[in-house]
Design a protein around this ligand. Sequence first.
Ligand SMILES: Nc1ncnc2c1ncn2[C@@H]1O[C@H](COP(=O)(O)OP(=O)(O)OP(=O)(O)O)[C@@H](O)[C@H]1O
Length: 283
Amino acid sequence: MSAAVCVENVRKIYDRTPVVNGLSFAIAPGEMFGLLGPNGAGKSTTIRMLTTLTRPSEGTIQVAGYDVRRDPIAVKQQIGVVLQQTSVDLDLTVWENMEFHGRLHHIPKTERQQRIDRALTYVELSDRQDVKAKTLSGGMKRRLQIARALLHEPKILFLDEPTVGLDPQTRRRLWEIIRDLNRQGMTMLLTTHYMEEVEYLCDRIGIMDAGTLIELGTLDELRHKHGGGLVMKQVGDRWEYKFFPDLDAANAYFEAQPDKTGLMVRPSNLEDIFVELTGRQLD
Ligand SMILES: Nc1ncnc2c1ncn2[C@@H]1O[C@H](COP(=O)(O)OP(=O)(O)OP(=O)(O)O)[C@@H](O)[C@H]1O
């Protein structure tokens, strides 16, 4: 089966500076792919290129089988997009926001109303359908964005930091929606700063830094490669990390230390690997 998303040697240059540089990866149909990276790594720029909002300067991007440069309209018909900034129209009601999007996609009236009903029920906003979007909470606005992105029944959903700024309960509610959509077969790419979000949701993880992918794999693959065990040492008000292939090796090192003051041993997690890879390691 051909890839849902295929990115090959992509560069994006702003003011002669490459902000995405030699990026290549593919996402399989039905996969949930997480893109992680520190601020300014190029995640949003990548999502913007994949969703036809900005053009790559070099390289090729295919989404749902269509080239983003040659056939952006076909790409738009196949994708749903939830961006960082709330893009709902605040002075329209929840229903009107949905209705407007449905008309843009030329969904016939009866079908449109059924789909709006279904989508608002799905994200639990039916009881708010007649209120103006500006009266919604942050989490509700994000749910409205998701409902709207689903209306034209896209094959691939792109989510740029979908849970940023939301309280833990609302985040978890959104996680369930995202997971459920993926279980129904939707391909997804999401960017986030929350490591536990990627650990919980994603099949595969790409770590970006300075415009390029510095690591790619499943959580288990990354753990296997970078070390499954960790010894931490408190030095003043910071921690130094030492990675080991697995927890047993970390334990053996720990036990062999004559002075265990400030030492801690534990399994490594994605955040540890991220910190190690992006140069934020403290030792
Ligand atoms: N329109 C633009 N013009 C010039 N530079 C830009 C533009 N958009 C983004 N950049 C620059 O490109 C780089 C990558 O930005 P991008 O928003 O893609 O990073 P990010 O990984 O999404 O960061 P964050 O986690 O902070 O959202 C940054 O240095 C940013 O300043």
